[in-house]
Design a protein around this ligand. Structure first.
Ligand SMILES: [Zn+2]
Length: 293
């Protein structure tokens, strides 16, 4: 294998660039509302491959996988729970095909939609579900598990442990924070960046961070808080293209590649080590950010 681990590359002082949005990109390629995005790994592999290739061509050092909703808890809504392993393995294989041997594949693992505190699911069931997904993603060729858009600390730490204890994947854990009326940042479940960082690292995360919810400008404050809580852990940021504006009932993300890339320096100076995009970002945004890095 010609690549080191992501954390080893970061130790040499590099700033790395990740990829951009997947969901909005799939819609552009024809994914219909109500369709299962992850099923496209089996039914539309060329379209999925094309998205990954687009980000690699834009200069990304790592690319995600089309597996955000790939736990059996999400797939069962589409009657696809028995294809969980197959769908996730295909997701990783497609991104690996685009990444080649030189770039990293960071495999997306999103929330299950099940609430532990409401008794929807037991901790063991949640652990087994994340384990099943992580093992299949590794089998398909992933380098890392990117556990993302997390809000509940218990779900996040169970996902981290399930991936860490059952695979050799590097573990990235990112949370989605929103700004409160008091100007502080909290997840939907009320978790602060400080608490998220400490719990994720204690559970075994190699890289921590934030994704979605904010444009790069607000990510600067979040990175500062994460960095203060975790002085020596690499930080990854996947920011939206600005804050969404509702135009005729549709969320529009307003920031251009130029606007977004102009903030890269501040985010890196605040302590971020890997920078990429979330909702509303395109290969053009990634290309501009790469040039700035
Ligand atoms: Zn997003």
């Amino acid at each position: 294998m010609s690549r080191t681990s992501i954390t080893a590359a970061l130790k040499q002082g590099k700033t790395l660039v990740s990829d951009g949005a997947w969901g909005t990109f799939l819609q552009k390629k024809g994914l219909k509302p109500g369709e299962c995005p992850e099923e496209w790994n089996l039914t539309h592999p060329n379209e999925v491959l094309d998205i990954a290739k687009g980000y690699i061509a834009a200069g990304a050092d790592m690319v995600e996988t089309n597996s955000f909703g790939g736990t059996r808890f999400k797939l069962e809504h589409y009657g696809l729970a028995d294809k969980t392993a197959e769908i996730n393995e295909a997701a990783a294989r497609l991104s690996r095909q685009a990444a080649g041997e030189d770039k990293w594949v960071i495999a997306s693992m999103g929330p299950t939609g099940k609430m532990l505190m409401m008794g929807d699911v037991s901790e063991q069931e949640l652990y087994d579900g994340f384990k099943e997904q992580a093992v299949a993603l590794e089998r398909g060729g992933a380098d890392a598990a990117c556990i993302e858009t997390m809000s509940d600390l218990d779900e996040a730490t169970i996902a981290i442990k399930a991936a860490k204890e059952n695979t050799r994947l590097e573990i990235i854990a990112t949370f989605t924070f929103n700004q409160t009326g008091q100007g502080e940042f909290r997840t939907m479940m009320g978790v602060s960046p400080t608490d998220a960082a400490q719990a994720a690292i204690a559970a075994g995360a190699d890289i921590i961070g934030a994704n979605c919810g904010n444009g790069l400008e607000r990510m600067i404050e979040i990175v500062k808080e994460l960095r203060a809580a975790a002085p020596s852990t690499p930080i990854l940021i996947h920011a939206n293209a600005g804050l969404p504006q509702n135009v005729n009932g549709v969320d529009v993300f307003p920031e251009t590649p130029e606007q977004m890339s102009s903030l890269v320096k501040d985010v890196v100076n605040a302590g971020a080590n890997i920078i990429g995009g979330c909702c509303g970002t395109t290969p053009e945004h990634i290309k501009a950010m790469k040039a700035m890095v």
